[in-house]
Ligand binder design. Structure first.
Ligand SMILES: *[C@@H]1O[C@H](CO)[C@@H](O)[C@H](O)[C@H]1NC(C)=O
Ligand SMILES: *[C@@H]1O[C@H](CO)[C@@H](O)[C@H](O)[C@H]1NC(C)=O
Ligand SMILES: *[C@@H]1O[C@H](CO)[C@@H](O)[C@H](O)[C@H]1NC(C)=O
Ligand SMILES: *[C@@H]1O[C@H](CO)[C@@H](O)[C@H](O)[C@H]1NC(C)=O
Ligand SMILES: *[C@@H]1O[C@H](CO)[C@@H](O)[C@H](O)[C@H]1NC(C)=O
Ligand SMILES: *[C@@H]1O[C@H](CO)[C@@H](O)[C@H](O)[C@H]1NC(C)=O
Ligand SMILES: *[C@@H]1O[C@H](CO)[C@@H](O)[C@H](O)[C@H]1NC(C)=O
Ligand SMILES: *[C@@H]1O[C@H](CO)[C@@H](O)[C@H](O)[C@H]1NC(C)=O
Length: 485
């Protein structure tokens, strides 16, 4: 027995290292232009149910930041474009912004990133001259509070500032914005921050007049002879997303910056559009986002930088029904405002991220007022012939409380129902059990913490995957070090 301890300890270290060094992630943008915007607590409930652990806000809404406190969810807040002139013209205004919107919430709310403006160079060109000052002032305020290492500062840019993006090796920045970009890149480099880019293969596809095949935009497999080849580098591109990110790397290289990692602050696909937007469909949106998530979490990197993962925020959590513009503008969301998914993402490797239609989740519970003897008989059957592991119900076990037959029966009935794959007839127990959509685990004070329904087996599987992922990311970090130095 003794010999197991160092192994278990290592196992623990490996797992905590993975959890601490979550080096690549999928996050979600939360736009708020909804006629009936859910309350922050409802938003956070959806994030938790879908296991979304990274979000980007387009502002620093106090209600949202309070609701996100103590959830473990990592938050990117934004200085809205309306406030950027003030922040970029006065370091006092910037310091006040940081105090009010960041310091007063940190660390309960884990703010990891400040996005200064949104596509400022293209959306608000008159603010371009003060953009870098805005970033510097915000950073100085963080530095003064000793938070500059925990919280990164950058500014999301539209990919339209990158010209001639195919082949990627010929990409360069629009010369008009270079006087701002070069000091910006210097700032990002000196603060170990990210080059934030919004990547929309949907628009690239729409504007290409048929030059870009739909499959290439959707990450669908292409015949080898259809893959786009960069004739200068001979690199093969199988999707627009990678080509766009490599174009950003090459555009940075063109102005002699080689070591600033790219982060994608927005990417997605609309699920509905006008009659002249025939490719804004549920199926294409599902395909794009499902493939994007798999691609990012697989840490494939891009042809130019294999293995350098590019964390990405999906655009977006909710359909924004009051957004101006064509119908597609209102239909980028993964969910409608009541938390119902617009489509069920086709994911198998994402762990519990984006669990399936949680509004459709069913549980098996003891019927209210059912006969105690009947419940006891059902409980005994489930723990015996039914082969449910009822150890957690023993005195001292995590599900012992509340210690009554109905609660214990609910535990055993639901475990059995899930074990049987929710097959029809597996939630009956001679009529004392019933199916519900309300998660019963909240009644078990300890249960929710220790073994949320369903199952340990899943957790063990995830643990093994995590350990594997740890060694893989350790191996890949060797590449990263080589690349970044
Ligand atoms: C603003 O900048 C001035 C001049 O560099 C400096 O003296 C002052 O301390 C700064 N204020 C804040 C709030 O950072
Ligand atoms: C916040 O997130 C960072 C990055 O993942 C993590 O290292 C840190 O421990 C978190 N802080 C808190 C207070 O949870
Ligand atoms: C370059 O940027 C300027 C200023 O935003 C814009 O007017 C111009 O059209 C851009 N050039 C190209 C080729 O996109
Ligand atoms: C990049 O570096 C090369 C070689 O040192 C130099 O010739 C070129 O002018 C530099 N370009 C810029 C934009 O600084
Ligand atoms: C995942 O990465 C491996 C190599 O690292 C690659 O062979 C595989 O095709 C990738 N899968 C997806 C879905 O991108
Ligand atoms: C999710 O479940 C709800 C409730 O059962 C249902 O109304 C909705 O259509 C489902 N959504 C999808 C995309 O299947
Ligand atoms: C979602 O449902 C599908 C089909 O039932 C299943 O294959 C997949 O594993 C589920 N995904 C998650 C994250 O539970
Ligand atoms: C929702 O539940 C119904 C009934 O159990 C099932 O037929 C359907 O496939 C489920 N939908 C999803 C998206 O899981």
């Amino acid at each position: 027995m003794e010999t197991n301890k160092p192994f278990l300890f290592l196992l623990f270290l490996a797992v905590s290292a993975v959890l601490a060094d979550e080096d690549v992630f999928i996050g979600v943008n939360i736009g708020t232009e909804l006629s009936d915007m859910p309350h922050p607590t409802q938003v956070v409930a959806l994030l938790k149910a879908q296991q979304i652990r990274h979000v980007r806000l387009f502002n620093a809404d106090r209600g949202m930041l309070l609701a996100l406190a103590n959830t473990g969810i990592k938050v990117a807040v934004s200085v809205p474009n309306e406030q950027i002139l003030g922040v970029g013209q006065s370091n006092t205004t910037a310091a006040n912004w940081v105090t009010q919107n960041v310091i007063s919430h940190y660390p309960a709310t884990n703010i990891t990133t400040i996005c200064v403006g949104s596509e400022v160079l293209s959306a608000l060109p008159n603010a371009a001259p003060i953009l870098v000052n805005a970033l510097k002032f915000i950073h100085s305020a963080l530095l003064a509070s000793n938070l500059d290492r925990q919280i990164k500062v950058s500014t999301p840019l539209a990919s339209t500032i990158i010209l001639d993006s195919f082949p990627p090796s010929q990409a360069f920045f629009n010369h008009t914005v270079k006087p701002v970009l070069i000091p910006l890149l210097k700032f990002l480099q000196s603060t170990n921050s990210y080059f934030m880019l919004n990547v929309y293969p949907y628009y690239d596809y729409m504007q290409s007049n048929g030059v870009i095949p739909l499959d290439y935009a959707l990450f669908k497999p292409l015949a080898a002879n259809k893959e786009a080849v960069d004739s200068n580098t001979l690199l093969h591109y199988t999707n627009v997303f990678d080509a766009m990110i490599d174009a950003a790397y090459f555009a940075m290289l063109d102005v002699n910056f080689t070591n600033i990692p790219v982060m994608v602050t927005e990417s997605g696909w609309p699920s509905m559009g006008e009659s002249n937007e025939p490719d804004a469909t549920v199926d294409n949106a599902n395909t794009y986002n499902s493939n994007l998530i798999k691609h990012v979490l697989n840490k494939t990197g891009t042809p130019k930088h294999p293995g350098i993962a590019v964390s990405t925020y999906i655009y977006e959590l909710y359909n924004e029904d009051v957004k101006a513009g064509p119908l597609s503008e209102k239909n980028w969301g993964l969910f409608s405002n009541n938390g119902t998914p617009v489509y069920i993402l086709r994911l198998t490797e994402s762990g519990s991220l984006f669990a399936n239609n949680t509004s459709n989740q069913t549980y098996c519970v003891a019927k209210e007022g059912a006969d105690t003897k009947m419940l006891q008989a059902g409980l005994d059957w489930a723990c015996g012939t039914g082969k449910v592991n009822c150890a957690p119900l023993m005195q001292g076990g995590p599900c012992y409380d509340p210690d009554n037959v109905a609660a214990h029966a609910t535990y055993a009935f639901d475990a059995y129902y899930h074990m049987m794959g929710k097959a029809p007839g597996t939630c009956d127990f001679t009529g004392v059990a019933t199916i519900t959509t309300t998660n019963p685990s909240k009644h078990f004070v300890h249960l929710t913490k220790i073994m949320s329904f369903p199952f340990n087996r899943m957790k063990l599987k995830r643990l093994i995957i995590l350990i594997f992922a740890y060694f893989r990311s350790w191996y890949l970090s060797i590449f990263k070090v080589t690349f970044l130095s």
